[in-house]
Design a protein around this ligand. Structure first.
Ligand code: BG6
Length: 485
C-alpha cells in the first residue's frame, strides 16, 4: 500500500447541501431553496407562483411561473446543517481528522444574488474569505467548485439557465470575481460539478423527446465554452491556479457477452462519461460526437470561436465522483434495480445499498486505470462514500462499520491502481459531515464521518458527533493510507 507523499486526503461538501442561511447577508434564492423533500420512491418537488399568483408544486417550474417559498412547506436545503454559522467548529473537526484538503463549493447567489449584476455582494465574498482563512489556519487546502448544482433562481427564471448563451458571460464574470478576490488563498478549482449529469439524467427518465436531447447537448456546449474560458482566465490571473473538470464517474459493464451488449455498453461510456471528459481534457469534440448528435437530431449553436476557446482552455486535472457501477443490456431485464445511475439491470455479482447503489470497488480501480491512460492527467477522486442510515446509541455514539468497510475497499482499490502506475493525487470523501442529500433531500441518507443531529422533518439540535468512521479515517490519513483496519 503506497500513497504518494503529499497525497490530498480530505472530504467534500457542497454549499447548497450544508450551508443553510439561505436568506442571510444578501444571498439570492436558488432552485434548491424552493425544493421540498423526497425519498427513494418519491421525487422532491419545486414550489412556485403562477403568473396570476396561484401557488403550485410539481417536478419542474411551469412556463410563466416563478419559483417561490410557500407557507407550510418544508425545504431542507434552506437550513442545511447550518455550516454558514458553524464552519469554524466543522473545520476544526476536519483538521482533527487530519484533512489536507477540503472540497467545498461557492453559492453563486451569495456572490451575485440575481446572477446578472455587475457588482458582487461584498457580504458573500467576505463569508468565503473567512472560511478559506480558517482552512489555511488549520493547514487545509481548499478545493473550490464554482458551480455545484446551484445557480441564482433569477437566471433560471429569466434566462432559462444554460439554455441561453448569455449564461457564459454571467458565469465568466462570477468565476473571475472569485479568482481575483481569492488570489493567493485558493489555487485549486473545479468548474462544474458532475457536468455529465445533464445527459445522464435523461436516461433515468421514463420518456424523453428529441427536444430534451437538443436542450441537454446545447446546455453542455455552453458549459464547455464557459469552463474553457475560465480555465484560461484562472491561469492568467494567477499562474498557480489549477483547474479541473468534474465527471460523475459510473463504471458500466455489459450484462452479458452478447456483442450487442458489449457495443451498447461502449456507446454508453461515450455518451455518459467520455463525451464531457474528452472535450474538457482534449479541447475538442471526439469523433463519436457526430454520431450522437445525428442519433438525437441535435443541431448545436456552435461557432468557430467556440471551438478555438475549447482548444485553448483544457483542464489541468481530471476529477470525478465514484459511488457505483451499472450494467447495460439489450435483453429483457429480469432483475432490475432502481437506484440512481445503477438503474436498470441488476448485476448479480454485486451488493446494493438501501438506496440501491451498487457497491463496487473493482469498478473504481477499473475507472482509474482507464482514465489515467486516456488523458494522461493527474486524477482526483473528489466524491466517494456510502449513504446509509445511522443509529445513535444510548451513549451518544455511531458505530458505522458498514461505512468503514465501504471506504476501506475503495481505498484499497485506489492503492492497487496507484501500484499499477495511476497518477492519483487526492481523495476527498463525500459528505464528510452529514448533509442534505442531493438526490432525495433527506438527512437520513448519511455519508458523514461526523454525525449531525438533524432529522428528515427538520428537528434536531444540529450538534456534531464524530462517528467511529471519524477515528478510523483519522488513522488512515495519519498513516498515509497504510492503516486501513
Ligand atoms: C453527487 C453529487 O452526485 O452525489 C452530490 O455531486 C451528492 O451533490 C452525491 O450529494 C450523493 O448523492 P445523494 O443523492 O445521495 O446526495
Amino acid at each position: 500500500m503506497r500513497f504518494p507523499t503529499n497525497f490530498y486526503w480530505g472530504g467534500a461538501t457542497a454549499a447548497n447541501q450544508c450551508e443553510g442561511a439561505y436568506d442571510v447577508d444578501g444571498r439570492g434564492l436558488t432552485l434548491k431553496d424552493v425544493t421540498t423533500i423526497g425519498g427513494l420512491k418519491k421525487r422532491w418537488q419545486v414550489t412556485y407562483l403562477q403568473a396570476d399568483g396561484t401557488p403550485g408544486k410539481s417536478l419542474a417550474i411551469p412556463d410563466g411561473a416563478h419559483g417561490a417559498v410557500l407557507p407550510n412547506e418544508y425545504y431542507p436545503n434552506q437550513t442545511g446543517i447550518d455550516f454558514y454559522h458553524r464552519y469554524q467548529e466543522d473545520i476544526a473537526l476536519f483538521a482533527k481528522m487530519g484533512f489536507k484538503m477540503y472540497r467545498m463549493s461557492i453559492s453563486w447567489s451569495r456572490i451575485f444574488p440575481r446572477g446578472d449584476e455587475e457588482e458582487p455582494n461584498q457580504a458573500g465574498l467576505d463569508f468565503y474569505r473567512r472560511v478559506f482563512e480558517t482552512l489555511k489556519a488549520h493547514g487545509i487546502e481548499p478545493l473550490v467548485t464554482i458551480s455545484h448544482f446551484d445557480m441564482p433562481l433569477h437566471l433560471e427564471t429569466v434566462y432559462g439557465g444554460w439554455n441561453d448563451r448569455r449564461m457564459i458571460a454571467f458565469y465568466q464574470h462570477y468565476a473571475e470575481t472569485l479568482f481575483t478576490t481569492y488570489r493567493g488563498l485558493v489555487k485549486h478549482w473545479i468548474t462544474f460539478n458532475e457536468i455529465n449529469n445533464t445527459i445522464m439524467f435523461l436516461a433515468l427518465r421514463s420518456q424523453t423527446s428529441a427536444a430534451d436531447y437538443q436542450r441537454a447537448y446545447q446546455q453542455l456546449h455552453y458549459q464547455f465554452v464557459a469552463s474553457a474560458l475560465v480555465v484560461k482566465r484562472a491561469h492568467a490571473i494567477d499562474p498557480e491556479n489549477q483547474v479541473g473538470c468534474m465527471i460523475c464517474g459510473i463504471t458500466s459493464y455489459p450484462l452479458t457477452c452478447d456483442p450487442a451488449d458489449v457495443l451498447k455498453n461502449r456507446y454508453a461510456w461515450e455518451q455518459n462519461i467520455y463525451y464531457c471528459g474528452d472535450v474538457q481534457c482534449q479541447g475538442q469534440y471526439p469523433t463519436y460526437a457526430q454520431r450522437l448528435w445525428d442519433e438525437y437530431q441535435v443541431d448545436l449553436d456552435m461557432t468557430a470561436t467556440d471551438l478555438e476557446i475549447l482548444k485553448a482552455g483544457t483542464v489541468d486535472w481530471y476529477t470525478f465522483s465514484y459511488y457505483m457501477s451499472t450494467a447495460i443490456t439489450t435483453h429483457e431485464i429480469t432483475s432490475a434495480v432502481g437506484g440512481n445511475f445503477s438503474i436498470g439491470a441488476r448485476n448479480p455479482y454485486l451488493q446494493y445499498s438501501e438506496w440501491e447503489w451498487a457497491d463496487d470497488p473493482d469498478g473504481l480501480q477499473y475507472y482509474l486505470e482507464l482514465m489515467n491512460d486516456r488523458y494522461h492527467l493527474p486524477l482526483m477522486i473528489v466524491e466517494n462514500g456510502l449513504g446509509a442510515k445511522d443509529q445513535l446509541t444510548a451513549d451518544g455514539q455511531i458505530h458505522d462499520q458498514y461505512r468503514i468497510s465501504y471506504m476501506r475497499k475503495h481505498i484499497q482499490a485506489m492503492a492497487t491502481a496507484i501500484q499499477h502506475g495511476v497518477n492519483l493525487i487526492g481523495y476527498t470523501s463525500w459528505g464528510c459531515i452529514d448533509l442534505v442529500s442531493a438526490g432525495t433531500g433527506q438527512m437520513s441518507k448519511r455519508y458523514g464521518l461526523i454525525y449531525v443531529d438533524r432529522q428528515d422533518d427538520g428537528s434536531g439540535t444540529l450538534a456534531r458527533i464524530p462517528k467511529d468512521s471519524f477515528y478510523w479515517y483519522q488513522r488512515v490519513i495519519a498513516s498515509n493510507g497504510q492503516a486501513l483496519e
